[in-house]
Design a protein around this ligand. Structure first.
Ligand code: SPV
Ligand code: MG
Length: 288
């Protein structure tokens, strides 16, 4: 049975995924109208105040993903980094995320431990193509029957290996059974991604993460064709940082909370986001 993500992709409609680092940010993304949630490793790492370099455990990210799946109705795409090991680990991990409710998983072709993709001068090492094909095959087998899409992510451009290597890897991963190929780029303009998309002849659609090249908006992405989904990978945590910095500074400046009180979300708003109303209705019904 197809999940909502699969259905939208099959209908040829662009999927917009917003990042989240907890169920509340996921709920706000759903409320804003995004088609799905990106359960981001970068955001969770940032929320813990540590680099996105395989420092958090699989369980920490799985717990966040499960909690998000429990609180939103839109599909959740889980960022599995490198899959936490070899193909055997991937098999175990994909099963766990499927049971947690993920609609799709993304696995990237870097070595473990990984380093984050957009950091200048970061350590970017890729595993052998055949090794990663084995990981993708294991992921597909583990996700089968549970309707979990497997998205293979190549970091060839991130590792400065060039367009040809990126295309070779993308094709090889599609042949291994990936449902989609995520092509990541750290270039400040979309030229590299546009060139990749134009040359892409694989039989599966693409996913992109335009953090570094924000000028590639949805209208332009649709015009390119071949791209099924766009991930806004870190905008929840960056928005939160901007908002908290501003409000905290205002409170220090004002010497109190009187002024900001009218500018920030009310306590009632938070009650609504916590679904307090549903709990109160249940109290009326069941508490005797
Ligand atoms: C993430 O959000 O964790 C990602 C995207 O994987 S990036 O940080 O650009 O690698
Ligand atoms: Mg990540």
């Amino acid at each position: 049975m197809a999940n909502a993500l699969e259905e939208r992709i099959a209908a040829g409609r662009l999927v917009t995924l917003m990042s989240a680092h907890n169920p509340l940010s996921a709920r706000l993304a759903e409320e804003a109208g995004f088609h799905g949630i990106w359960a981001s490793g970068f955001e969770l790492s940032a929320a813990y105040g540590v680099p996105d370099a395989s420092l958090l455990s699989m369980t920490q990210h799985l717990d966040m993903t499960r909690a998000i799946c429990e609180q939103v109705t839109v599909p959740v795409v889980a960022d599995l980094d490198t899959g936490y090991g070899n193909a055997i680990n991937v098999s175990h991990v994909v099963g766990a995320y499927a049971r947690a409710g993920a609609a799709a998983v993304v696995i990237e072709d870097k070595t473990f431990p990984k380093d984050t993709s957009l950091l200048a001068g970061a350590r970017q090492e890729l595993v052998r193509v055949a090794e990663f094909q084995g990981k993708i095959e294991a992921a597909v087998a583990a996700g089968k029957g549970r309707s979990v899409l497997v998205i293979a992510r190549t970091e060839a451009l991130i590792a400065d290996l060039g367009l040809d290597e990126a295309l070779i890897r993308g094709r090889a991963y599609a042949e291994a059974g990936a449902d989609l190929i995520l092509i990541h780029s750290k270039k400040k303009t979309p030229g590299e991604i546009v060139a990749f998309t134009e040359r892409w002849d694989g039989n599966v659609p693409l996913v992109i993460v335009p953090t570094a090249y924000p000028e590639l908006t949805e209208v332009k992405i649709r015009a390119l064709g071949k791209i099924a989904a766009v991930i806004y990978a870190n905008h929840a945590i960056r928005a939160a940082v901007t908002a908290m910095r501003q409000v905290f500074a205002d409170i220090r400046r004002d010497g109190g909370i009187d002024k900001v009180d009218r500018q920030i979300a009310s306590v009632e708003d938070i009650f609504d986001l916590q679904r307090v109303g549903a709990m109160k209705a249940a109290e009326k019904k069941y508490l005797r």
